[in-house]
Design a protein around this ligand. Structure first.
Ligand code: HAM
Length: 423
């Protein structure tokens, strides 16, 4: 029978990759909590309208990347393409505004976008994201960027660049858009089909197009930064000054308009030079208008999301901790195998990691198995050892063996293996 394969762009995470995931997820939990963020778990699928209203109808995500399907009653559902919309929906729905512990939220989990799979771009990928809700303070922008930067630096990712821009308030953007559209229309023939279509529906996105001819055509385009009103400008200046205070290096990038329509004011993106074309490892910004667009009260907010697969691609091997010491129990023979099974249980109840091979019935087969599993220690327990009330502890690296009384095996091994300096 033909085997069934996983969907294109949707990856299994095999056990050998888990240590890297644990390092990245562990750092995410630790750092987010150290900044006062609380974890939230939001649904993996929501009503389609949530994403259309938040991300915007004229974006790549909504136009062509969402996994949307009808529920049994015909209503449209979508697998979450990102986390911000769901967090804001939950915040409004549960009245988190009245709960001071729910203003700084973080999440880790899978997202789904029907993009063309390539290195670092998947159809199911994982994000670590944070959302800081309820403050317009530029220090909130700084705090969020600082957490993002510290997350990457704590993981020793090489060649990081932070790019930053301000999209201003909607009123600033209105004046800018009019100027930009005039500029773009005068060069209509120079743009790709996608950009030509977007000039009216989402002109800012034209600045972000990766097609070389479109980039050349927009080199002299008016810059949003020149259209910021006094309060947007002041906010942006304070964010930049805050980054200087925190010694976080940045580059201004007037093309950084982001692929989601909910942004206003500060936007930012971090890229990593060791990755290829998909080098954006984390991005975010302010979205002060999103709560109202989703039927809530006007509420300012700022956040980011990190692409964990990309982080893992750039993660240095040296950061992966050595596996914890564990014990392989080689019980063989009639009494040996029974005593070995009891010892296995006792080791586990003493907090140790212990395993065996139920298919091995001789010492040779056990040792072969222990070797294949790279077991650092083997406890040997045959009928002879049982009759002498002892076990043999074998260090698989040095091949040294020593004898321990069976009745004290668990406590002695615990003292040895769980102590900071394991022999
Ligand atoms: P985003 O820029 O769409 O922003 O995604 C954030 C990060 O997710 C990207 O920088 C990238 O690392 C990763 N990513 C996106 N698409 C893929 C993919 N197909 N495969 C692998 N990784 C991917 C957001 O999602 C916003 N919700 C961020 C945010 C939070 N803004 C405010 N709060």
């Amino acid at each position: 029978m033909a085997i069934i394969r996983a969907i294109k762009g949707v990856k299994d995470i095999p056990p050998s990759h888990i240590p890297k995931w644990s390092v990245a997820e562990g750092a995410a939990h630790r750092l987010a909590q150290s900044y006062g963020f609380k974890e939230i778990r939001i649904p993996i699928f929501e009503q389609t309208e949530l994403y259309v209203r938040s991300i915007g109808g004229a974006t790549d995500i909504v136009e062509k990347e969402m996994y949307t399907f009808p529920d049994r009653d015909g209503s449209l559902l979508t697998l979450r393409p990102e986390g911000t919309a769901g967090v804001v929906r939950a915040f409004i729905e549960h009245g988190f505004a009245n709960d001071p512990t729910c203003k700084k939220l973080y999440y880790i989990g899978p997202m789904f976008r029907h993009e063309r799979p390539q290195a670092g771009r998947f159809r199911q990928f994982h994000q670590f994201g944070v959302e800081m809700i309820g403050t317009t303070s530029p220090q909130a922008d700084n705090e969020v960027i600082s957490l993002l930067w510290r997350f990457f630096s704590s993981l020793q990712l090489p060649g990081l660049t932070l790019e930053i821009n301000s999209l201003g308030e909607p009123s600033d953007r209105q004046g800018y858009k009019e100027n930009l559209v005039l500029f773009l229309k005068a060069k209509l023939d120079e743009f790709c089909g996608n950009c030509r279509r977007r000039i009216d529906s989402n002109p800012l996105r034209v600045l972000d197009c990766k097609v070389p001819q479109c980039r050349t055509a927009t080199e002299e385009a008016p810059k949003l930064i020149d259209f910021l009103g006094p309060s947007s400008k002041d906010h942006f200046d304070q964010v930049l000054a805050g980054l200087d205070t925190l010694s976080i290096p940045y580059t201004l990038n007037s093309r950084l308009v982001r692929g989601l329509d909910y942004y206003s004011m500060t936007t930012f993106e971090v890229s990593c030079s060791s990755l290829g074309a998909q080098n954006a490892i984390g991005a975010g910004g302010r979205y002060d208008g999103l709560f109202q667009a989703l039927g809530g009260k006007a509420t300012p907010a700022v956040g980011f999301a990190v692409g964990l697969e990309r982080v893992l691609l750039a993660l240095p091997e040296s950061i992966i901790p050595d596996p914890k010491p564990w014990i392989f129990v080689a019980g063989f023979g009639q009494q040996g195998s029974q005593a070995g099974f009891a010892l296995l249980d006792s080791l586990r109840s003493h907090g140790m990691i212990a395993d065996t091979d139920h298919n091995a019935s001789s010492l040779k087969a056990h040792l072969r198995s222990a070797d294949r599993l790279s077991a650092p220690y083997v406890v040997i327990l045959g009928d002879d050892e049982v009759s002498q009330d002892q076990v043999i502890l074998r260090n698989m690296l040095t091949k040294q063996q020593e004898t321990i009384p069976l009745s004290q095996a668990s406590s002695r091994l615990k003292d040895r293996l769980l102590s900071p300096s394991v022999p």
